[in-house]
Design a protein around this ligand. Structure first.
Ligand code: SAM
Length: 243
């Protein structure tokens, strides 16, 4: 079998000896774009059962079949961290989803806050970005991207044990630390606001929540996409699966 540098996410649960039919898109990518053919190796993961080496046994223009040979990586789940963010412009929202998947978010929740401009998102497109990011970064897990919900509704039904790193631009200039020691091991979420930031009513509500930890991301106001990456790096350094 020749080299297996291509990684593909498949929905089918994987195990040794299995036959995996390819979708039309996957066949086009593998055989049309990447010029792979019968006998070539491909790495597969399903988000639950690690990574597997598979061999192309049938290659066609509209389809094909792979056969799973052996496991190459065990499943690695990310820490239980949600990224909650208000969608911004399309390309920057795509960037946030891609980076969240690379940096180890377990779930991605777009929310509509008072100053969020977009009222709709293409959840399927964002989910595809998360899949692509997982394929490229060597991860074995794909975070679920939820449909857009109202921030207020999400907070109404918030699971009490989940801690919230509330990235509040109004905290700039105030010393704030992530109290990691007390909450390490708990499920967490990071909240990033839209371009317009949080309204005073939202800020007041968030500051009063017992599970919310308001934090500053430094002395400068970051764009929401930069803030999402910076916040995930800080959280991962303090409590995540890095290092
Ligand atoms: N329009 C707001 C203002 O001028 O104050 C800025 C909003 S900022 C572009 C978007 C989001 O990124 C904020 O709601 C917050 O969640 C996060 N953010 C950006 N810079 C931050 C900082 N220095 N500290 C905490 N959060 C920050």
């Amino acid at each position: 079998m020749t080299d297996a540098k291509i990684r593909l996410y498949v929905e089918q649960a994987l195990s040794e000896g299995q036959s995996v039919p390819l979708t039309r898109e996957a066949a086009h990518y593998l055989f049309g774009v990447m010029r792979r053919g019968v006998g070539d190796g491909v790495l597969l993961f399903d988000g639950q059962n690690g990574e597997w080496l598979a061999e192309v046994v049938e290659a066609g223009k509209r389809g094909g079949t792979l056969e799973v040979r052996r496991q190459t990586k065990p499943q690695q789940m990310p820490p239980d961290l949600w990224l909650v963010f208000a969608p911004i412009k399309k390309a920057r929202t795509d960037f946030i989803v891609e980076k969240a998947a690379e940096m180890g978010a377990a779930k991605i929740l777009p929310v509509q806050s008072e100053y969020t401009n977009s009222e709709r998102i293409r959840q399927d497109r964002l989910q595809a970005h998360a899949v692509e990011a997982a394929e490229q970064c060597g991860g074995t897990y794909v975070p679920e991207v939820r449909e857009l919900t109202k921030l207020s509704a999400l907070l109404d039904h918030w699971p009490a044990e989940r801690q919230l790193m509330f990235c509040d631009e109004a905290m700039v200039g105030q010393a704030s630390v992530l109290h990691s020691a007390a909450q390490a091991g708990a499920p967490w979420a990071i909240l990033i606001g839209p371009e317009g930031g949080f309204s005073e009513a939202e800020r007041k509500r968030l500051h009063a929540l017992p599970f919310a930890h308001p934090v500053s991301l430094g002395p400068r106001i970051l764009r929401a996409d930069t803030a999402a990456v910076a916040a995930m790096a800080l959280w991962q350094t303090a409590m995540g699966d890095w290092g």
